[in-house]
Design a protein around this ligand. Structure first.
Ligand code: GLN
Length: 455
């Protein structure tokens, strides 16, 4: 049914970069056969899923939506992909994204943009826009995305789906093509909180192949979310903090109205709503756009025309390692990727390091301290996930800064490593709005409890 749906609507939505009919059907038949033979399987065995194209899949295309990886077939599976196979979830295909996850609209894919199923002339958010659109358009019940500065939560918000970024280290990054390693996290997309929670349970947990992976048992997130959803006053005794710096200035009117509604619901559910202040968040966006490109410039050095994907020889002059590298990168990387590599190389260069990268790292510490203090006054924090609803395709492409500033609400969680989820909170002018719920590091269970209650 999922494959039929994909073949019926994806010509218009363009959520997928590759669809694996054969592989998905084989996996589904395998589950059927094992079930018929009386094998006891995971209760979600057979549920189809889509995977963002920056997680490696053995023998199946993995492009990161970049020309530079065209034709590359990874020799191994990412840990998350291995876990999907272990449970028996057929992977129906790989989803579109901004090239190397750099962007907020999925327009920066080298293979064309994805369209928002709610209005095909609008962006689906990004960078995991393909995963969000696939779930939103009922092509799959589940998808995996990655979130470096909001790339799961923001597309979830603008497509009316649920998307969560776990605590840093909660899900293994082994086999996730790195964008900015200290910020990257894999997480679930689903159509409700319990489903997202269940998917995080499947892919989360310790992995010795990722040195930043947390070595702690995975709580029963789904049960926790479902229990909160079914109790009468699930938020009794819970303090919900409204972050003063997130969601006022620059927020679309309808988004503010929807947020106020959500706060009323939260109070009706028994919570105490308090205002908290995180003054350093004013500098979070600036710090992110220094730290992220710095890490990008280092991580993307591996695309040298020798090891992966395409190899382009210079049009004239000698063919040396350096000229092949330059020609390959010139042809293989898109403009946004080049912009960030140049920025990152600059901020790390001698003479500028302390002024840019060093200061940004100090701000990162201050953001973490602000959150620590805020979580002394509140159990979870809330804000609009995105200051705006889905904008029209093409309308912000000319001005990179105009798009960067919209990341203000999601970026702080990545800088601090804390978990965050976006859940649908109604419509503004007919378009979905998301409510963001943030919890302290390692308290993903608390995030799912509140999200399950508010949903
Ligand atoms: N929109 C942000 C950026 O462009 C976040 C991207 C992401 O989370 N991968 O960097």
């Amino acid at each position: 049914a999922c494959l039929d749906r994909i073949h019926a609507v994806d010509e218009r939505v363009r959520a997928f970069l590759s669809v694996d009919d054969e592989g998905a059907l084989a996996a589904a038949r395998d589950v059927d056969a094992r079930r018929a033979a009386g094998e006891s399987l995971h209760r979600f065995a057979g549920v189809p899923i889509a995977v963002k194209d920056n997680m490696v899949t053995r023998g199946k295309p993995t492009t990161c939506a970049s020309k530079i990886l065209e034709g590359w077939l990874p020799p191994y599976d990412a840990t998350v992909v291995e876990r999907l196979h272990e449970v028996g979830l057929p992977i129906v295909g790989k989803t579109n994204m901004d090239e190397f996850a750099m962007g907020s609209s999925t327009e920066r894919s080298a293979y064309g943009e994805t369209h928002n199923p709610w209005d095909l002339d609008r962006i689906p958010g990004g960078s995991s826009g393909g995963s969000a659109a696939a779930v939103s358009a009922f092509m799959v019940p589940w998808a995996l995305g990655s979130d470096t500065g909001g790339s799961i939560r923001q597309p979830a918000a603008v497509t009316g789906t649920v998307g969560a970024k776990p605590t840093y280290g909660g899900v293994s990054r082994y086999g996730l093509v790195a964008m900015a390693s200290s910020l990257d996290q894999i997480g679930p997309f689903a159509r409700n909180v319990a489903d997202a929670a269940a998917l995080q349970e499947i892919v989360g947990g310790h992995d010795p192949r990722d040195s930043t992976s947390l070595n702690a048992p995975v709580p029963p997130f789904e049960e926790i979310a479902a229990e909160a959803a079914s109790s009468a006053k699930p938020l009794e005794g819970v303090r919900v903090g409204v972050v003063k710096q997130l969601g006022g200035e620059g927020c679309q009117e309808g988004v503010v109205a929807s947020f106020q509604e959500a706060l009323k619901t939260i109070e009706d559910l028994g919570a105490q709503v308090v205002e908290v202040s995180c003054p350093s968040l004013e500098y979070a966006l600036g710090a992110y756009y220094l730290i992220m490109p710095a890490e990008v410039s280092s991580n993307l050095a591996r695309f040298d025309g020798m090891r992966y994907g395409i190899r382009v020889e210079p049009e004239e002059g000698p063919v040396t390692a350096e000229t092949v590298m330059a020609a390959t990168r010139g042809a293989g990387f898109g403009p946004e990727v080049k912009r960030r590599i140049v920025l990152g190389t600059h901020v790390l260069s001698s003479g500028y390091y302390d002024a840019y990268y060093g200061s940004a790292q100090k701000v990162r510490t201050l953001v973490q301290r602000d959150f620590d203090a805020a979580f002394g006054e509140a159990d979870v924090l809330v804000s609009p996930t995105s200051p705006v609803t889905a904008w029209e395709l093409g309308s912000k492409l000319e001005d990179p800064l105009a798009m960067y500033v919209l990341d203000i609400t999601t970026i702080p969680a990545n800088l601090a490593g804390i978990p965050g989820i976006s859940i649908p909170s109604g419509l503004a002018d007919g378009l979905p709005v998301g409510l963001q719920i943030l919890a302290p590091a390692h308290a993903d269970a608390q995030m799912y409890r509140v999200a399950g209650a508010v949903e």
